[in-house]
Design a protein around this ligand. Sequence first.
Ligand code: NDP
Length: 300
Amino acid sequence: MTATVIDGKAFAAKVRGQVADHVARLKEAHGITPGLAVVLVGEDPASQVYVRSKGKMTVEVGMKSVEHKLDADTSEEDLLAVVKSLNEDPEIHGILVQLPLPGHLNEDLVINSIDPAKDVDGFHISNVGLLGTGQKSMVPCTPLGCLMMLRDHHGSLSGLNAVVIGRSNIVGKPMAQLLLGDSCTVTIAHSRTKDIQDVVRGADVVVAAVGRPEMVTGEWIKPGATVIDVGINRIDAPEKGEGKTRLVGDCHYDSCADVAGAITPVPGGVGPMTIACLLANTVTACCRANGLAEPEGLTA
Ligand code: NDP
């Protein structure tokens, strides 16, 4: 292996430390405590785990954490009423509705009912439009975390060829917008892209957000390129014992690490950055709501 490992776990701890410092200053100088509300509908086990760790880390950085747990059969009307009450609550600066929602609820409608200034996931259509036109917005957490790691590693990204594999609204598209904002030449690859390996081989920066275990191998990677692996896939791991599983990314780690200049591992790469950026977005939203200076280095 030749690649430098980009340690997302350590980087996320550093970001959380910066958030905690800013929260302490907000309390001391202005008597303001940033507040994050998470709304969970239903009992999806993975969502419950995410919500628990978001709540724990919110408290750890000194912010107020509020959780609304609603039954799986909650009506759209009731869910919209909860969001409305959070929109109107001056102690809440960030609102996150945990996705996916149960099938009877219209996700777009619910997300677009969040006050865009409190939309710390950056999924509201207003924030999507602001990001797309290069204006100040709330930026989706996972792509923001990827951008922070890339800036930290490269300094300037200007002029680099970047290929984003995946065009989802939550990762691929905002990632491409952010890289464009940092003056990369950006290509978005997806399931219909022809000769995808050749496309990826032209990249100085590869961001893989596909959801296909170990799809990208070392042969796809230009020597020295930076590989950011967003994928989180659970696969069988018979070598660990019967019925055991392990997490892998969208990139085949060992073969990519042999060719790349730098790479994020899975787990311990992009994953921890996502929650750190959620906390960063909440403190940013709190500062904006109060007309105060935003923390440096925690926004796009
Ligand atoms: P989606 O399923 O919404 O999007 C996947 C994208 O990959 C689509 O654009 C799809 O193309 C493309 N794709 C699928 N198969 C191929 C292929 N064979 N070749 C090229 N492109 C392909 O996934 P998400 O964006 O939500 O998530 C992507 C991955 O990132 C998942 O593993 C997810 O678990 C992980 N993730 C990790 C997070 C973290 O915190 N680290 C946060 C969010 C996601 P098309 O549009 O043509 O179908």
